[in-house]
Design a protein around this ligand. Structure first.
Ligand SMILES: [Zn+2]
Length: 136
C-alpha cells in the first residue's frame, strides 16, 4: 500500500493519517481500546513495529522479549500485506477490559483475505494493551 502522512488513514476514519493515527504512533496515549485497535491496524499498514510491540499485552501469545525477531516478523508481515479496509462492527467499552469486533480486508500475494475478529484489550497502569483475538 502506498502510504504517506497526507494519505487517508488506513483505519478507515476518512481523515488524513497525520490527523488520525499518526499522533498515536508518535507517542499519544490511546484513551480507549477502540483508538488503540485502529491505531494498531494503521501501525501494521505503516510497519510501525515499535508501536505494535509497545501495545501488545505480555500475555499475548505472540509476545516475546526477543525484540529483534519479533520486529522482523512484523515488518515482513506488514510489507507483504496491503491493509485495504477496516470496519468496526462492535465496541464494548469497559474500565479495565474492552472488546472490539471488526472486519478487516487485507491483500497478500494478490489474494484478498477478509476476516472478522473479536479482540480483547486490557488496561494496565492506565494504558490499553491488545491481549488476544478470536476469529468469528
Ligand atoms: Zn486512523
Amino acid at each position: 500500500m502506498k502510504t504517506s502522512v497526507n494519505s487517508l488513514c488506513p483505519c478507515g476514519s476518512g481523515q488524513k493519517y497525520k490527523k488520525c493515527c499518526q499522533p498515536f504512533h508518535s507517542g499519544r496515549v490511546a484513551k480507549t481500546a477502540l483508538e488503540l485497535m485502529k491505531s494498531r491496524f494503521s501501525g501494521y499498514a505503516f510497519s510501525h513495529w515499535a508501536y505494535i510491540i509497545k501495545t501488545t499485552h505480555r500475555e499475548n501469545q505472540e509476545f516475546t522479549t526477543q525484540t529483534e525477531a519479533w520486529k522482523k516478523e512484523i515488518v515482513a508481515f506488514s510489507t507483504q500485506t496491503s491493509f485495504e479496509k477496516l470496519k468496526i462492527l462492535e465496541f464494548v467499552d469497559g474500565e479495565e477490559e474492552s472488546f472490539v469486533t471488526f472486519e478487516a480486508t487485507l491483500t497478500s500475494n494478490k489474494e484478498d483475505i477478509s476476516f472478522i475478529e473479536k479482540s480483547r484489550f486490557l488496561k494496565v497502569n492506565q494504558l490499553w494493551y491488545y491481549h488476544s483475538g478470536e476469529f468469528l
